[in-house]
Design a protein around this ligand. Structure first.
Ligand code: NAD
Length: 378
């Protein structure tokens, strides 16, 4: 069975779905590993390293895709890439079925069996395959560094001969995987950190990282599977009113709030930004799903009254080496879960296989993906 990884073609995507480490693992499982020449270059991984690990270099994406039994990617393939793939080939990548219905339909029409990492069940057994978590950790870490790079202040308290500098105040809104990593990173840099989430279950995790958990007099919004449920506009209005004073006092605000399959909730209005001190910095990690901050512009930094709002797209791709290393391990673990004795052996009774498979046998087989594709088409 041939496994192939092409070079990513999406703009500003520097990650790669296979690293030399995982080539060795897949080869040990009797799989033949092919990689497009230059696939790892944006992640600082040279062709040589892949070859030394046992991969075969293929000159073009077309040659690689038309010969692979399993394709490993970061971003969803384009429709033209899908058309090059073999019928019955397996694809593992992020697919974003909610916004890429045309690609999901093309995969079904081509007869590809596609697995979407966004749909992987978040159960303990699947933790080693959880690419949403590994990439969210990279984003949470980098968000703090981006803020620190922009802030005209130190993060830690400094006691110097020239006087004492107070520590920066960082507020993290949304304490899921990205938020917790942002809290840990800001604490390591010496900031005073507080955090808020609509799920009170995260309070102890926030406190164990040395941050203060902000409790607001609002009902909890815990949904299924450890996620938040969608909140009403009335709830969000009250939340903004109550969190406003904490935002105004902060030097840095990092927003990571999300509800699966929905637009990101609006947490910070333009008025709230205007109440912040000049020089403050906001990093909106939800920029690509609608933004947690009213004034965010995706992919651009905005300055309002001296406050910078950073809306960088695809933050994990800005640290491509480690983000690829973690991602490649997640993908290899999922692939090996689907393989038995060197060939694909799909068990649709298995929660991981069933939950993450989007297309199979010419059809969209996943109910969540079907709903997302139908909703997107309306
Ligand atoms: P996410 O990216 O969907 O959301 C990020 C955070 O935003 C969540 O903590 C959510 O509660 C919060 N949020 C939503 N609306 C908000 C609002 N209005 N104000 C403030 N915060 C708001 O979630 P995620 O980070 O991918 O995962 C969330 C949780 O899922 C984790 O903390 C964990 O409990 C669970 N999880 C479990 C596993 C596993 O068991 N394998 C793996 C990953 C995550």
């Amino acid at each position: 069975m041939k496994v192939g990884t092409p070079k990513e073609t999406a703009p500003d995507e520097h990650r790669v779905a296979l690293v030399p480490d995982t080539v060795t693992r897949l080869s040990a499982a009797a799989l033949e590993v092919n990689v497009e020449a230059g696939a790892g270059s944006a992640a600082f991984i040279l062709d040589d390293a892949y070859q030394k690990a046992g991969a075969k270099l293929v000159k073009t994406a077309a040659a690689l895709l038309s010969d692979a039994d399993a394709v490993l990617k970061v971003q969803a393939p384009s429709v033209s890439e899908v058309r090059l793939m073999k019928k019955d080939a397996v694809l593992i990548s992020f697919l974003q079925p909610a916004t890429q219905g045309d690609i999901v339909q093309a995969l079904a029409a081509q007869g590809v069996t596609a697995f979407s990492l966004e749909l992987l069940p978040r159960i303990s057994r699947a933790q080693s395959m959880d690419a949403l978590s590994s990439q969210a950790s990279a984003a949470g870490y980098k968000a703090v560094l981006m803020a620190a790079g922009r802030l005209g202040k130190f993060f830690p308290m400094l006691m110097t001969a020239a006087g004492t500098i107070p520590p920066a105040r960082v507020l993290v809104m949304g304490a899921g995987v990205a938020g917790l990593q942002a809290i840990a990173t800001a604490r390591r840099l010496g900031a005073v950190v507080s955090a808020y989430d609509v799920r009170p279950a995260v309070k102890e995790e926030v406190q164990s990282l040395g941050a203060t958990f902000i409790e607001l007099p609002l009902e909890t919004q815990e949904g299924q599977g450890g996620y938040a449920r969608e909140q009403s506009e009335e709830f969000l209005r009250k939340q903004r009113e109550l969190i406003g004073e904490h935002v105004a006092k902060s030097d840095v605000v990092i927003t990571t709030a999300a509800v699966p399959g929905r637009r990101a909730p609006l947490l910070v209005t333009g008025e709230m930004v205007k109440a912040m001190r000049p020089g403050s910095v906001i990093v909106d990690l939800a920029a690509e799903t609608g933004g947690n901050v009213e004034l965010t512009k995706v992919g651009v930094d905005v300055e309002v009254g001296g406050v910078t709002i950073i809306g960088t797209r695809n933050v994990p791709s800005t640290m491509p080496l480690h983000a690829s290393q973690l991602y490649a391990r997640n993908v290899a673990n999922l692939l090996l879960h689907l393989v038995k004795d060197g060939s694909i052996a799909l068990d649709f009774e298995d929660e991981i296989t069933k939950g993450s498979c989007v297309t199979h046998g010419g059809e969209i087989v996943n109910e969540r993906a079907k709903q997302m594709v139908t909703a997107a088409a309306k």
